[in-house]
Design a protein around this ligand. Structure first.
Ligand code: ADP
Ligand code: MG
Length: 301
């Protein structure tokens, strides 16, 4: 029915889909390592990490998703085995295995692979207690893996996306030390800005000690309900405080996004035409375009 909000939404989705099909995703100059982090649980970290990774892979980018949460939700969402005893990120960080030893292919795309997380990652803090340079374990493993790919003549990784646990413990610190960028998914809630202030302070401190290049590069509003005044107010505030970092794309609240993991699939593949899938593809494109300097964009035209 013309004029109804569902009709408008569908039309807008179709227009965006056409646009996204026509747009080409530029390959970054170097491998981009992006930590998807927020110390709060349930804000859309895993959904964002998995769907941005899937959308980038679908667009022909070479993508590795590292599941760094002992819950293994990202592994589940990508249909990757993470039952107890599976070789996982734990074996890399604690047992000294290489990433190449533990990486699994995903059933969705030859361009998308995954390092699964197992439950033993929950005790990482204790397992690394007497290990030197314990905050750099992931960075070293990743550097070695990227070199291994180039030695073996494998295609260069375009993106490494790290799905962090909901805490600022040793696992998230490892992700911040390994990453060049941080993507913060946040829900437009009343206390969200206070959480964001703590997170950005923590990132700045880790950057100062271990990784000067790191900064909060991207913030994405998730589970967004544009009908509520609170959501719009929080959005305005976030944009005011973080005008550069706050992404244009917002992820709407969508049942399909929430349903997809139970089918072991990112929503991008599960229901590609749904509002949630379209929004995540738009987000992936925005992330991809952010990583390219304007000079390169000119060349790509
Ligand atoms: N845009 C969305 N709309 C509806 N439900 C969502 C959306 N994003 C995530 N969810 C659901 O909310 C819960 C938390 O999301 P998740 O991505 O796992 O967050 P986190 O990794 O930060 O804990 C999950 O059940 C997920 O399926
Ligand atoms: Mg999660």
């Amino acid at each position: 029915m013309p004029g109804s909000s569902i009709f408008d939404q569908l039309q807008a989705d179709h227009a965006k889909l056409r646009e996204l099909h026509e747009d080409t995703f530029p390959h970054p100059d170097q491998t981009r390592v992006i930590a998807v982090a927020n110390q709060k649980g349930g804000v859309g970290k895993t959904s964002s990490a998995v769907n941005v990774a899937a959308a980038l892979a679908q667009a022909g980018q070479e993508v590795l998703l590292i599941d760094a949460d002992s819950q293994g939700n990202a592994s589940t969402a990508l249909g990757v085995d993470h039952s107890e005893g599976t070789m996982s990120l734990f074996d890399v960080l604690v047992e000294g295995r290489t990433l190449a030893d533990v990486i699994q292919k995903t059933p969705f795309s030859e361009h998308l692979s995954c390092v699964p997380a197992t439950i033993d990652l929950a005790a990482l803090e204790i397992d690394l207690i007497d290990v030197s340079e314990r905050e750099s374990r992931l960075r070293l493993a990743l550097r070695e893996y990227l070199l291994h790919r180039s030695r073996e003549g494998l295609p260069r990784m375009d993106y490494v996306i790290i799905d962090c646990p909901p805490s600022l413990g040793i696992m998230t610190i490892n992700a911040f030390v390994a990453a060049g960028e941080v993507l913060i998914p946040m829900q437009a809630e009343y206390y969200a800005l206070e959480g964001l202030a703590l997170l950005t302070r923590s990132i700045d401190r880790i950057a100062a000690i271990h990784n000067p290049a790191l900064s909060v590069s991207m913030i994405v509003l998730t589970m967004f309900d544009r009908r509520t005044t609170l959501a719009r107010e929080v959005e305005n505030e976030v944009r005011q405080y973080f005008p550069e970092a706050t992404l244009h794309t917002k992820i709407p609240r969508s049942v399909r996004i929430a349903e997809a993991p139970s089918f072991g699939s990112p929503v991008i593949y599960f229901d590609p035409r749904s509002t949630g899938a379209v929004a995540y593809r738009e987000l992936a494109l925005e992330v991809a375009l952010r990583g390219v300097s304007s000079a390169n964009l000119e060349e790509n035209k």
